[in-house]
Design a protein around this ligand. Structure first.
Ligand code: 8YV
Length: 322
């Protein structure tokens, strides 16, 4: 029997996933979850036939060019693939896969949490409780906004966007969306299509961002577009920080151009995010935990393993993106 292919796993994955991986492969694990720099990654890759990374490892064109020729695939433990230069991978003949579908529910939960947290001033409320600053109750105390019955705008009506739309309907929200193309009527389920971002932004109360980071979407939500939103509106982002221009959003939140924001993803995450966000009371901030549930993290791992199994059998992996 030929030796099992060696898989370089860049981060500590759930035990169940690591055990399953070992059934078909020889994993090179990272039990202490050390964040590898590029040189370390390239050195470890010398011993491997494929890499199973997270979005925390960046595969620029230069890094991909330097990958040992032995590496056949980058099987991501993520749905987003903006950390991989897909064109460079295609040119080098390295297969790239992702893990779609399995994190839509978990991410949609976080989008709803952000909407509610931003609308109902959860950060302020929590801070008051923890700092023992709750001294009085009055009809004017901590009054926020309701999301029930409001207009929910989905920017990027893919898998996650469609689940968020369903959850929004549960709150009696009317769904509006902008996408490259309108969905068919069954998928749209009555959601109202806008053929421009501006039209979407002008007609909603809550914006939920679900488009991937790409050259086309980088900085898409800028000062001009934020100015189209009405002053009571709320912005939530569970996709990628890159879709938002931070200076513009911080200004808009400071000056009342929009009312509040809920953010799970950032430019410069984890430790170089725009300092302005921390100063604002009207933002509800989470540390990129959209897919952070036991169920979803296991499912993401199994999905990455399925892709690797197909690749090393010489079959087409289900989730090939390059
Ligand atoms: C993942 C994500 O947990 O899958 C994605 O694209 O943004 C996250 O929710 C992370 O990327 C793991 O690599």
């Amino acid at each position: 029997m030929s030796a099992k292919p060696v898989i370089l796993v860049t981060r500590k994955l759930p035990d169940a996933v690591e055990n399953k991986l070992a059934e078909a492969f020889t994993p090179m694990l990272n039990p202490r979850d050390k964040l590898y720099d590029t040189e370390e990654l390239l050195r470890l890759a010398e011993e491997a036939d494929a890499i199973l990374p997270c979005h925390t490892e960046k595969f620029s064109a230069e890094t991909i060019a330097r990958l040992p020729s032995r590496i056949q695939a980058i099987a991501n433990f993520s749905v987003g693939v903006d950390h991989v230069d897909l064109e460079a991978a295609r040119q080098k003949g390295v297969i790239v896969t992702n893990t779609p579908d399995v994190l839509s529910d978990a991410t949609a939960e976080i989008a709803m949490l952000l909407m509610l947290g931003a609308a109902r001033r959860a950060s302020e409320g929590e801070r008051i409780m923890r700092n023992q600053q709750w001294k009085d109750w009055s009809p004017a105390f901590m009054v926020g906004r309701q999301i029930t019955g409001k207009r929910l705008g989905i920017l990027g009506m893919g898998r996650v966007g469609q689940v968020v739309a369903q959850r929004g309907r549960g709150f009696g929200m009317t769904i509006h969306y902008h996408n490259r193309n309108p969905l068919d009527s069954e998928q749209a389920s009555g959601a109202i299509y806008h053929d421009s971002v501006e039209s979407l932004l002008a007609n909603i109360d809550v914006l939920s961002i679900h488009c991937p980071a790409s050259d086309a979407t980088r900085g898409l939500i800028d000062a001009q577009r934020l100015a189209v939103m009405h002053p009571d509106s709320i912005l939530v982002n569970t996709s990628r920080g890159a879709v938002v221009d931070d200076d513009s959003l911080v200004d808009a939140l400071n000056s009342g151009v929009i009312a509040a924001a809920g953010l799970d993803v950032y430019n410069g995450e984890p430790d170089s995010i725009h300092p302005g966000y921390r100063e604002l009371d009207n933002v509800f901030l989470l540390p990129h935990i959209g897919s952070a549930t036991v169920e979803t993290r296991d499912a993401m791992g199994y999905r990455a393993i399925d892709n690797l199994v197909a690749i090393f059998k010489g079959e087409a992996p289900g989730d090939r993106v390059a």
